[in-house]
Ligand binder design. Structure first.
Ligand SMILES: [Zn+2]
Length: 188
């Protein structure tokens, strides 16, 4: 069925009622500690998810974890294409990476918490994440290609890891040097 204007009016755009929150940057303690499970499914969780969408869109990102806006809870949002250009939009609460397999691919990866920095990072080509929605209903997200990369990247955030933690040797040194020299003044 074709999308009509009336149908679109009745479908809220994620983040349209949200406020853009300040982004935590590499070196902020919130980014480097594991997040806790969500236990309160009240209005503040709905507000957090709306604000995270708004913040992700304002930064033109494809995914955002709660600790990137300084909230140490296991939540992420995404609006991300896969390698077939299929768009995936959603949020997940208390996600668990239940499957990550297939070939590993080293591809360019960046992060809203290290703006302007990019590095070839190895990820599995397929990932499955399970959790719940803001209302507590079960959610299962399956991704391949770039979207699988995004799912692994966001799950890492909730465990207190940034993608540079996955890099080794020269690749890691180069990325951290670029972060230090970036205009936002990365850590020493
Ligand atoms: Zn990130």
């Amino acid at each position: 069925m074709e999308r009509t204007l009336a149908a679109m009016r009745h479908r809220p755009i994620p983040g349209s009622s949200g406020l853009v929150r300040p982004m935590t940057l590499l070196g902020d303690p919130a980014l480097h500690a594991p997040c806790g499970a969500v236990t309160d499914f009240g209005p503040s969780l709905v507000r957090l998810v709306e604000d995270m969408y708004a913040t992700m869109y304002a930064a033109e990102g494809v995914g955002l974890a709660a600790n990137q806006v300084g909230v140490p809870l296991r939540v992420f949002v995404y609006d991300c294409p896969d390698d077939e250009d299929v768009r995936h939009v959603g949020h997940i609460v208390n996600p668990r990476l239940v499957e990550a397999d297939g070939i590993t691919v080293r591809g360019p990866e960046g992060c809203l918490s290290l703006p302007g920095v990019e590095a070839g990072t190895e990820r599995f080509d397929r990932a499955v994440v399970e959790g719940v929605s803001v209302t507590g209903s079960p959610v299962r997200i399956e991704g391949t290609g770039f979207f699988a990369r995004c799912l692994q990247h966001e799950c890492d955030h909730l465990d207190g890891l940034v993608y540079t933690d996955r890099l080794t040797g020269l690749r890691r040194a180069r990325a951290l040097r670029a972060a230090r020299r970036a205009p936002w003044g990365g850590p020493a």
